[in-house]
Design a protein around this ligand. Structure first.
Ligand SMILES: [Zn+2]
Length: 218
């Protein structure tokens, strides 16, 4: 089974992806992790990737596509959760081509949806611990002691791109590049929209219901 989870920054994708992986035994497909792994293996592809990462340049699609292909071949039998990838229509079409070639397909595409002002509110309230990387939110998930990490008592900080202007720009990029996936996955009959308001548990319940419905239908 292959599931795609996508949505704008700040919608709570990461948390849901973790919960889903645990409940349904998904292998998570995260492009960032795959790039880092390839670099650490020092393959010829990995060396190319490292060159881009060092220079801070976006890794071009032809390399991304090769990595996707390798990953799919290796994990043909696995349940995969695509977390934040594909990001563009071009990537989505390539992924689908690769799946088809292997006799596979996407079963469920889930878009987490939240109104823009709610996203801005969540992101400007987001803080993280620079020591253990735990993420807090003054609006939805505050630390026990104001401004301090529950685990290691380090002072929490704000990510530099979590200010209103940068957030609006990131949302614009999402709208332009990623939103076209909605029509694409609708055309493949796998699209589902999740209303991401409410608690993490509520949202997880909604997502689980969709996946369970698919599993029961099989
Ligand atoms: Zn901490």
């Amino acid at each position: 089974m292959r599931v795609l989870l996508f949505g704008p920054p700040g919608v709570g994708k990461g948390t849901q992806a973790d919960l889903l992986s645990k409940k349904y035994n998904f292998i998570k497909f995260s492009m960032g992790d795959i790039l880092r792994e390839e670099v650490s293996l020092s393959t010829s592809l990995g060396n190319k990737v490292e060159n881009y990462l060092i220079r801070g340049i976006l890794v071009p699609d032809n390399i991304i596509f090769e990595l996707v292909k390798n990953f799919l071949k290796k994990n043909k039998e696995a349940h995969i959760l695509f977390d934040g990838f594909p990001r563009t229509l071009n990537q989505a079409q390539n992924l689908n081509k690769n799946l088809t070639q292997l006799g596979l397909s996407f079963e469920v595409a889930l878009e987490m949806h939240l109104a823009e002002d709610e996203i801005v509110k969540r992101l400007i309230n987001r803080r993280y611990c620079p020591k253990c990387n735990k993420i807090y939110n003054y609006a939805t998930k505050p630390p026990k002691t104001n401004g301090v990490c529950d685990h290691c008592h380090t002072k929490l900080i704000k990510r530099s791109d979590d200010d209103t202007n940068t957030i609006k720009k990131r949302l614009q990029v999402y709208e332009e590049k990623t939103h076209p996936l909605v029509d694409y996955y609708k055309s493949l009959n796998v699209y589902n929209q999740i209303n991401a308001t409410g608690s993490q548990e509520d949202v997880f319940k909604k997502i689980s219901e969709i996946i369970d419905a698919y599993i029961n239908k099989r």
